[in-house]
Design a protein around this ligand. Structure first.
Ligand code: ADP
Ligand code: MG
Length: 343
């Protein structure tokens, strides 16, 4: 069943700037949904409308089928974890988590019980009397999550919550958040500009650009079948070429003709997306495309090889290296070719 629905949401700020435009989204109960897009594309604004910190200019927000667009934040069963976790540095962990509960005038015993429970949830039991400054970045982030969870929200919003952590800690926390989501069974709406993070964690990704939704789908959908050049370019590494359909299942690009699996009308100008891992490197005689190697970079698990062919530059991932300046041939299998029709 759907927990939250955004219908034709638009947010125009006082200065006339349209930060979010005609945004539509349905989130199922228990799902992990990620808003992914570059800085300034409207992710935080959308999250703030769900939380109730901003009121949409147009459109409806439904929770369990009921309109909540005008409810204040504290009347919504929704809590937010921010990038700057905003813990109170002069309070101990117990007081940081209990802060909101005290405002709600719960009994001392009940507060104690709830704080203990959420500390267990984030794997920091017994941390009640510790000072914020004695915790690592990752532990502080878990306390920020505990503080949001103590209100027993139905939906947890997370706005770039790992942005302040170093790479190793981020990777750890990504997996930890994902398993926390599975354990708790509550709905997570997560914001990031990091495509790898989105692919790792989400059930569903919403790709945004300039206030508009570009594509929504599973990580596999978004990666394998990008709907337009923006998505293809933003998600993972991509080669994007201009091509022309030379037959129903044939496309010409980079000076060669390829069989493809997308059925597009003959003569149509298209954009062709090819992932670097889908290009096979071979000898010049055996390649559909021939070109010159212009750079080779060792990336640990593979080499990233750039080949120049006429006006085109093609990036390839290969387990074997190649010599800069050498001539090579390139092939792409039909299912490695993704055809997009420009608008
Ligand atoms: P993101 O979180 O994706 O980086 P935001 O939602 O924070 O993007 O912002 C989207 C756009 O809206 C940005 O261009 C930002 O400058 C603008 N914006 C945000 N808040 C306001 C505001 N209160 N008034 C005017 N413009 C705003
Ligand atoms: Mg933001």
């Amino acid at each position: 069943t759907n927990i939250i629905e955004l219908k034709h949401i638009t947010k125009t700020f006082e200065d006339g700037f349209v930060a979010v435009e005609d945004f539509n989204l349905t989130v199922k109960r228990g799902e992990f949904v990620t808003f992914l897009g570059p800085s300034g594309c409207g992710k935080t604004t959308t999250l703030r409308m769900i939380a109730g910190f901003e009121i949409p200019t147009e459109g409806e927000i439904l929770l369990d089928g009921k309109e909540i667009g005008n409810l204040p934040p504290n009347k919504r069963p929704i809590n937010t974890v921010f990038q700057r976790y905003a813990l109170f540095p002069h309070l101990n962990i117990f007081d940081n988590i209990a802060f909101g509960l005290k405002l709600k005038k719960l009994s001392k015993d009940e507060i104690k019980r709830k704080v203990k429970k959420v500390l267990e949830m984030v794997d920091l039991e017994g941390f009640e009397t510790r000072k914020v400054a004695t915790l690592s970045g990752g532990q502080q982030q878990r306390i920020a999550i505990a503080r949001a969870l103590v209100n027993e929200p139905q939906i947890l919003l997370l706005d770039e919550p790992l942005g302040a952590l170093d790479l190793k800690m981020r990777k750890e926390m990504q997996l930890e958040l994902k398993s926390m989501h599975e354990r708790l069974g509550i709905t997570f709406i997560y914001v990031t500009h990091d495509q790898e993070e989105a692919l790792t964690m989400s059930d569903k990704i919403v790709v945004m650009s300039e206030g508009r939704m570009q594509q929504i789908g599973t990580p596999e959908d978004i990666y394998n079948e990008p709907k337009n050049a923006f998505v293809a370019d933003f998600i993972g590494e991509s080669n994007i070429f201009t091509g022309i359909m030379t037959d129903k299942l044939k496309v010409r690009f980079c000076g060669a003709e390829f069989a493809c699996v997308d059925d597009v009308e003959h003569g149509r100008l298209v954009e062709v997306v090819v992932r670097p891992e889908d290009v096979e490197i071979t000898t010049p005689e055996n390649g559909a495309i021939t070109g010159t190697v212009t750079s080779v970079v060792f990336k640990g698990v593979h080499y990233e090889i750039t080949v120049e062919s006429g006006k085109n530059e093609i990036v390839i991932q290969s387990t074997k290296t190649a010599a800069v300046g050498s001539q090579v041939g390139l092939n792409v299998e039909p299912d490695g070719i993704h055809i997009m029709i420009p608008e």
